[in-house]
Design a binder for this molecule. Structure first.
Ligand SMILES: Nc1ncnc2c1ncn2[C@@H]1O[C@H](COP(=O)(O)OP(=O)(O)OP(=O)(O)O)[C@@H](O)[C@H]1O
Length: 259
């Protein structure tokens, strides 16, 4: 597997009103094509900052962010971003919402519309394309947000707490659906989550960050039997709890039990 995404000695300093905050210091890691990684760590360790740099929304103060062999200097269609909130436009139908990225980037063609509609079907929203967002449940809206992201055919998906606003049952279903959809397409994914069990169930590898300033602390590879299973299946495996305990312990040492 080749490396598709890399942070090279990245430092991020925020400066507001002459006050500087060292958010991330000298952070390096690489992610291989098709790999699913999670970033976990105590609040304020820089997880969202790292995603913003990967998305090209924030330029590192020092160091480089590389995606697909190129330096990330601005947002790019090869990098998709899915957030806790779905940001669907209330005045647009679901189909018009999921086509918006293609529309804005001038890539809306018969072919891309057909592809997007096939994604809606695959994610169980085929019958809802003419509905308005308020007619859908929270889980369905998040599925629509995933379709909107995948419609752009990104190589890398950045997932910032995409399930945290959902009920437990919907969250578990969506974890399975998202992971299976990304795996099937060989997508590379970086998930930020406060839910350690979610990280352990969904990922191939987990990177633990420490805070003050945000920096690399440790990483864990999830055994293949677990990472290749659906997250709900992985959660039931006998090896799951020991892995969870090891990551939990790392978090305690890294500066806060709060993930
Ligand atoms: N725009 C900003 N201006 C100044 N400081 C910021 C800004 N955004 C984040 N920070 C600071 O940078 C550090 C990292 O923040 P960040 O939001 O990336 O952490 P996080 O791990 O995602 O936190 P959480 O888990 O609470 O969402 C924190 O100290 C935070 O206060």
């Amino acid at each position: 597997m080749d490396t598709v995404l890399e942070l090279r000695q990245v430092t991020q300093v925020y400066v507001n009103d002459s006050r500087a905050t060292l958010a991330v210091e000298d952070l390096s890691f690489a992610v291989k094509r098709g790999e699913f990684i999670s970033l976990v760590g105590p609040s304020g360790c820089g997880k969202t900052t790292v995603l913003s740099m990967l998305a090209g929304l924030l330029k590192p103060t020092r160091g480089e962010v590389i995606v697909g062999g190129e330096r990330v200097l601005s947002p790019s269609p090869r990098i998709g971003y899915m957030l806790q909130q779905d940001y669907l436009f209330p005045w647009r139908t679901i189909l018009d919402n999921v086509l918006i990225g293609l529309e804005l980037s001038g890539r809306k063609t018969e072919q891309s519309i057909a592809f997007t509609r096939s994604l809606l079907h695959e994610l169980g929203l085929g019958a809802f394309e003419k509905r308005m967002p308020h007619e859908l449940s929270g889980g369905m809206r998040q599925r629509a947000a995933l379709v909107r992201t995948l419609a752009m055919e990104p190589d890398v998906l950045l997932l910032d707490e995409p399930f945290s606003a959902l009920d437990m049952a919907i969250k578990l279903q969506l974890e399975d659906l998202v992971q299976a959809t990304l795996r099937k397409r060989g997508k590379t994914a970086v998930l930020v989550t406060h839910d350690l069990a979610e990280a352990a169930a969904m990922s191939d590898r987990i990177i633990v960050l420490a805070r003050n300033p945000g920096r690399y602390f440790s990483s864990f590879r999830i055994p293949e039997a677990m990472s290749s299973a659906l997250p709900t299946e992985a959660r039931r495996m006998s090896g799951f709890q020991p892995i969870f305990d090891r990551i939990w312990e790392a978090l305690e040492i890294s500066g806060g039990k709060e993930a």
